[in-house]
Design a protein around this ligand. Structure first.
Ligand code: NAP
Length: 267
């Protein structure tokens, strides 16, 4: 079993990385950042997202393990003071894994070029300078003409990220569903949108067909693609998934509570 380490530049993350490297060396654990079986990320959820995109071509064979050096994360199960326990778990690894759904995005540009992306959190289509007008199709059928700043399609594990800031629901990652959330929709007597987030079933798909424009902003997780002439975008649940080494069980709703509610309710 070969281990890769992917740390952010934060001083504490680099320190944890050095400690892990020493422990691996002492225990003859093989390190290989080129062709790893397990990738340990050190940082936060943002670091895990970067590692996911770095290793995106090898998702089927890699299991991720997230160590956080900031606050508790959604993809990061281990605290930075628990690395001894993590090393013990790695040494008794028997291939245990949990996997989560990913978002498959196919973008067709007006010059007929087609690009594919695979998002872990979400994809958004936005228009910055003027109203984005987009026809929204669910499962091939026209649902509405959206007007506003943009639309966000998220995965269950991405539902606690940008989607949550848009008023979207939090989805348990055992559910293989996509969520469509509006970004500042225009609603008045003339223009109307659903104005509620929608949860899309796993065998359904979402298509956006924007009006003319060469100034669309497409985001895939942390990556932004500016000034794009988008003809249509298709979103569906990917057949690929992301795998995490599951050495212990962190209950999802407890994680949500820790991140957003805490223990201090006030009086
Ligand atoms: P970033 O600064 O790396 O991340 C922004 C914040 O989102 C960080 O606190 C990060 O946690 C947290 N985060 C990332 N994935 C999450 C998840 N699945 N559940 C809960 N929190 C999560 O920003 P970025 O590089 O531009 O974008 C990365 C992600 O940040 C995007 O995919 C998007 O979902 C999110 N984002 C949210 C907003 C918003 O809520 N208004 C705006 C922009 C981006 P860590 O501190 O642990 O890294």
């Amino acid at each position: 079993m070969k281990i890769g380490i992917f740390a952010n530049d934060n001083r504490r993350s680099q320190e944890v990385k050095r400690q892990l490297e020493i422990k691996f060396h002492e225990r003859h654990i093989v390190m290989d950042n080129q062709d790893p079986d397990i990738v340990i990320t050190i940082g936060g959820d943002g670091t895990l997202l970067s590692a996911y995109h770095h290793y995106i071509e090898n998702l089927a064979k890699i299991r991720f393990v997230g160590v956080h050096t900031g606050h508790l994360g959604f993809y990061t199960d281990w605290r930075d003071d628990e690395i001894d326990d993590l090393v013990v778990s790695l040494q008794s690894d028997n291939g245990q894994a949990v996997s989560y759904p990913l978002l498959d995005v196919t973008v067709q540009y007006t010059d007929h070029k087609i690009e594919h992306y695979l998002a872990l959190n979400e994809a958004t289509l936005r228009r910055i300078g003027s109203t984005m007008v987009t026809d929204v199709y669910i499962g091939g059928e026209l649902f509405e003409r959206f007007r506003g700043d943009g639309l966000c399609v998220s995965t269950p594990t991405g539902s606690t990220a940008y989607n949550k800031s848009l008023g979207g629901a939090i989805i348990h990652p055992d559910l293989e569903a996509l969520q469509l959330a509006e970004i500042c929709s225009l609603n008045n007597r003339v223009f109307r949108t659903l104005s509620s987030p929608m949860i899309i079933a796993p065998n359904d798909w979402i298509t956006l067909v924007p009006g003319k424009g060469s100034d669309f902003l497409l985001t895939i997780d942390s990556d932004s693609y500016h000034n794009k002439s988008v003809a249509r975008i298709l979103f569906k649940v990917s057949k690929k998934r992301i795998y995490f080494a599951k050495y212990r069980h962190n209950e999802f709703w407890r994680r949500v509570k820790d991140a957003f509610i805490g223990d201090d309710y006030g009086d």
